[in-house]
Design a protein around this ligand. Structure first.
Ligand SMILES: *Cc1c(COP(=O)(O)O)cnc(C)c1O
Length: 233
């Protein structure tokens, strides 16, 4: 089999290792989430054969369509795209980790559903660091309001806050987004001391165009699509 996914993945892993080395981190602290949106199930199988076990999708419907077609043991499914409250029920049945909790309303809905099921679900809080109107995420602009939102989510006993997630802007030079990643890292430290009951161990940041910089700034989860699977149509 001459699947480009295997070679692409080897190159991605090499770049992660180099970036980690530059800042004295171990690549083993970093989870590579293969973002398979728009990709056919065969690509997921190829990624699985190449050793990937963490799959990211950005839409509930797409995961619902693909998952039954796959018979692969030991996968962890990550929802990385915006989640509407009305799809929360379907989302927690399909996904193991939700990276995109971006409102108190959504968090309360997920908490209630998790309580019904008698389990706790791992989530990340999505933060809109840059404050762009077009972006999802809890806005950081009004720091007081942000902390109130976090405190309201932190008390929900069936959610486990594992950390923070952000999507940086598209930039020609990945150095332009370094301050966004650095900001998220500092924010996590601040929240850790304000809300010590939550775990806060993860920083989900870094995609195809900026993952090396994200690793240098402390990312523990990279969400990578095109560098593994090739350009999307
Ligand atoms: C599509 C997507 C990714 C992966 O993007 P690439 O540029 O293909 O690596 C990561 N995170 C989110 C939220 C996405 O929607």
């Amino acid at each position: 089999m001459n699947d480009p996914i295997e070679g692409n993945l080897a190159r991605v892993r090499e770049r992660i290792a180099l970036a980690a080395q530059r800042v004295g981190r171990s690549p083993s602290e970093i989870t590579l989430v293969a973002v398979t949106k728009t990709r056919p199930p065969e690509d997921l199988v190829a990624a699985y054969r190449a050793g990937l076990r963490d799959i990211g999708e950005n839409r509930v419907e797409e995961a619902a369509a693909k998952k039954p077609l796959l018979d692969l043991a030991g996968l962890t499914w990550h929802l990385v795209g915006h989640l509407q409250s009305r799809k929360a029920r379907q989302a927690i049945d399909l996904f193991d980790v939700i990276h995109s909790v971006d409102s108190v309303k959504l968090a309360r809905k997920l908490d209630a559903l998790a309580a019904e099921r008698g389990r706790a679900i791992p989530i990340l809080l999505e933060v809109n660091v840059s404050g762009e109107e077009t972006k999802y995420g809890l806005p950081l602009g009004d720091r007081g309001a942000f902390e109130v939102a976090v405190s309201e989510i932190a008390v929900l006993s069936h959610l486990r806050i594992d950390g923070l997630m952000t999507v940086a802007s598209v930039a020609r030079d990945p150095e332009e987004v370094r301050p966004v990643f650095a900001r998220l890292r500092v924010l996590r430290e601040e929240l850790q001391s304000r809300f010590p009951r939550a775990g806060w161990q993860h920083l989900s940041m870094g995609m195809t165009d900026d993952f090396s910089v994200a690793v240098e700034e402390g990312a523990t989860m990279l969400r990578i699509g095109r560098a593994i699977f090739g350009p999307r149509e």
